[in-house]
Design a protein around this ligand. Sequence first.
Ligand code: GAL
Length: 456
Amino acid sequence: MRKIPRLNLHSDINKKYFGKDFHWGISTSALQTEGAFDQDGKGLSTWDVFVEKRGKILNNHSHKTAADFYNLYKTDIEIIASLNIPNFRFSISWSRIFPNGIGKVNQKGVDFYNRIIDLCIEKNIEPWITLYHWDLPNELEKKGGWANREIVNWFEEYVAFCCQKFKDRIKYWMVLNEPMVFTGSGYYLGVHAPGKKGLKHFLPAVHHAVLCQANGQKIIKSIQATASVGSTFSCSYISAFSNSKKNLAAVKRSDALVNRLFIEPALGLGYPIADLPFLKQIENYMKPGDEELMKADFDFIGIQNYTREVVKHKFYVPYIKAKPIPANKRKVFHTSMNWEVYPEGIYEMIKQFDKYDGIKKIIITENGAAFPDSIENEKVNDSQRVHFISNYLEQVLKAKKEGLKIDGYFVWSLTDNFEWAEGYHPRFGLVHIDFETQKRTIKESGVWYKTFLSNQ
Ligand code: GAL
């Protein structure tokens, strides 16, 4: 097994090397933490429906209570303040604001986000909002969801409303969270809500997400010219299982799908059809003038990195003809998600994104790890997570020292939470949650991050 080198608090990873303006933060999302799925007038989201289908979520867990952030937000924001974390990234639940997706507003939902924002500001924490982190109002899914082009209008109404309401206190916006994952897992593989499968759902969903990503950026800027607007992208460095010609070609195709599909149209480069020919079919969903509508002028790009993939050519895998080899099969050090711990990958991805013209700033909006944490004597000794974060940060620092446009780092996540199809099993938090009692326990990694952030 590949070992992570042990680092301690006296290792040479120090906040001061990243510079005074570097953004340090912590990330969460609404569906994974809020619970209260039907409290105070919230409408159903696609996930509220999806978790009811047996066998979709590990152990048939449901996010309906999650970390009860809806009711315990004060405690959690106080924890963020106590850990000296200056930036808090969270998402808005669309169906809490618009129970039907469009039309009637749920004022209690608006009040909830006002309370969060106000408390952050009172505690000197900068709130960063993600507008869409995978929880589509179910009423919109009934009309086809992301596969219906009408979503561009629905999303515009929602984005414009949030921006108008919160612009007096919000400076940083992210339009979408990881569109590759919510379209791929939700509309191709069927393993995330809404559970749809096949290219006929996936390709229109991709195209409409690209249009929404760009339109969202433009809408926010038109309402709030001073805002800093980004969007977030999942990315994993991809290596070949061996250097055979076929495996190297499989890497190229996988990279086009995993790392390039959403950023390149935003930058005016179109879809990476040359390296992934089946994407040509996306043109069936395009209208004249769409190339222009796909472009976005982001102030920053959020990249979210956890692992790398090692792929092999596989003829029988439809379209992509490549297959990732799971970390346990490769016998490499991995987390509870069976994701290889590969710190160099974050550096490679920063470098890859930095090469594009038109990217002004890169922020790591998510990085973190799930390990099997347990409470002993009121403490959680999660030194593996401390080592994970420090090792990845060393690679971020390497990128920074080379002059790449890296400008911030957010840990995923504040608390243990509902990890989508994996339920509550993987624990990503710097804060442990007992999901029976909702008791919070700050892990050793939380204390480590606090100490790290307290360095001048
Ligand atoms: C990201 C996602 C988060 C979180 C994290 C860990 O893909 O944005 O919601 O689940 O992965 O798996």
